[in-house]
Ligand binder design. Structure first.
Ligand code: HAM
Length: 419
């Protein structure tokens, strides 16, 4: 039997109510903050991610789907969207066209990681990116938006907003040296990956999942103690604005993020309910990314929500069901179909969910089907009805049955009376 590719998953119709709710809540919330939707391609030039995310990151070193196309160009399936949205921003000179540059995007991402519960090779993200503003109140606003989304989805009790500040081009290199010094003393105990990270990407060691590395990280010097005055003030003000926004948060000095473009504020929305995968959403500030990609010197901040992980939390808290048909039309034969089809089509045009039996089945078995589908009403068109030019309507809940003229208005009245 042919199966889906490992780490690639179908989302079945019964899952869709959760996805729809997530999408609708996110869209209306993001738009109320002035974000506008953008759509970017699934494929980009490999170089975009090498330059944007950083060539020594796990994503770029190990996890990308890269291939050479027929023209010999090296392309990659996007592993994340921030670099792509920044590329679009630069390419279309959006900074010159709009006074505010705030964008959102929903779509699949691809990372060749080891699949496990909550970790897929194709997963979906809701991304928001705000370009052009660098201010503590902006950082707080972005995190407040994320927290509000969690509240709207009724998962706020399952998540915690963890925040850190990873310094700037002035203070981070100094901290980096202090950290390398500390870690070098423990090098023998570090895992294989972290030994490699020591020179290339030492901050990443702070969020390694290996137990021994975790212990070493806990006792490591804290970036907070080495921020320059400007960064320290920025961080304090950000925390103050978060309190003004009434957003609960915890400071976690071990959050460093796995992508190189971050500067300053970084944050994660974490949970303890999804096993090893604890980040439901994550983001931060990236004030140099656009310039490094060849654009103007424009700062940025954003985050991405992992849709599968969010849906998993929603599922634990609410039961959502697919919509059921309002009317099931049980028809005796072709003549009955001809009689009722125009009404069925008109009702559907008015967004009323209708089912009609197409196969030749007894009225009794059609009734059973209507029941199984959870229809509100079964509308029977049999011999008697055809003679009278009427239909028999059965309320499937109270079993009440009555005859009526099959006019669109009559059906609409039923919908209004029993919404
Ligand atoms: P990220 O931390 O790599 O950040 O991913 C963001 C979220 O995507 C994670 O917190 C997680 O919920 C979800 N996610 C990541 N990998 C997987 C996976 N293999 N399977 C399922 N879910 C996954 C970024 O991608 C940044 N671009 C976020 C950002 C936007 N920063 C600034 N703007």
């Amino acid at each position: 039997m042919l199966k889906a590719v490992r780490g690639f998953k179908d989302v079945l119709p019964e899952d869709m109510p959760y996805w729809h709710l997530l999408g609708e809540e996110a869209r209306s919330l993001f738009e109320s903050y002035g974000y506008r939707e953008i759509r970017i391609p699934v494929l980009e030039k490999l170089e975009l991610f090498q330059r944007g995310i950083g060539s020594t990151t796990d994503i770029v070193e190990k996890e990308m789907y890269v291939f050479e196309d027929k023209g010999g160009e090296l392309l990659a399936l996007r592993p994340e969207a921030t670099a792509c949205i920044a590329r679009a921003f630069i390419e279309h000179r959006l900074d010159l066209k709009h006074t505010t540059n705030k964008y959102y995007f929903f779509g699949p991402m691809f990372r060749h990681e080891r699949p496990q519960a909550g970790r897929l090779r194709q997963f979906h993200q809701l991304n928001v990116e705000a370009f052009g503003v660098r201010s503590p109140s902006m950082d707080a606003e972005v995190m407040a938006m994320l927290y509000t989304l969690a509240r709207k989805l009724h998962i706020e009790d399952a998540v915690s907003l963890e925040i850190n500040h990873i310094g700037c081009a002035k203070c981070r290199p100094i901290y980096r040296e202090i950290l390398i010094n500390y870690l070098a003393g423990q090098k023998d105990k570090l895992c294989k990956d972290c030994k490699r990270r020591l020179e290339r990407n030492p901050l990443r060691i702070l969020d390694c999942k290996n137990e021994t590395c975790k212990e070493i990280a806990l006792n490591a010097p804290r970036i907070m103690d080495h921020l320059c005055d400007e960064c320290r003030r920025y961080f304090e003000e950000t925390l103050d604005f978060l309190s003004v926004c009434d957003v609960p948060f915890v400071i976690n000095p071990l959050i460093v993020r796995g992508l190189d473009y971050y500067t300053g504020t970084v944050f994660e929305l974490t949970t303890t309910e999804l096993g090893a995968q604890n980040a439901v959403a994550a983001g931060g500030r990236y004030d140099n990314l656009i310039e490094e990609l060849g654009g103007p010197s424009v700062p940025g901040i954003g985050f991405a929500v992992g849709a599968e992980r969010t849906v998993a939390l929603m599922r634990k808290r609410m039961k959502l069901e697919e919509k059921k048909p309002t009317f099931f039309f049980a028809v005796l034969d072709a003549e009955a179909k001809r009689f009722i089809i125009p009404v069925v089509l008109s009702l559907r045009e008015k967004k009323i969910r209708c089912e009609m039996e197409h196969e030749e089945k007894s009225l009794k078995s059609q009734m059973r089907k209507a029941n199984k589908l959870g229809a509100k009403y079964t509308v029977m068109v049999g011999e008697d009805e055809l003679k009278k030019g009427k239909v028999t309507v059965r309320n499937m809940k109270d079993k009440n049955q009555f005859e009526m003229e099959p006019s669109v208005e009559n059906f609409l009245r039923l919908v209004e009376e029993n919404p």
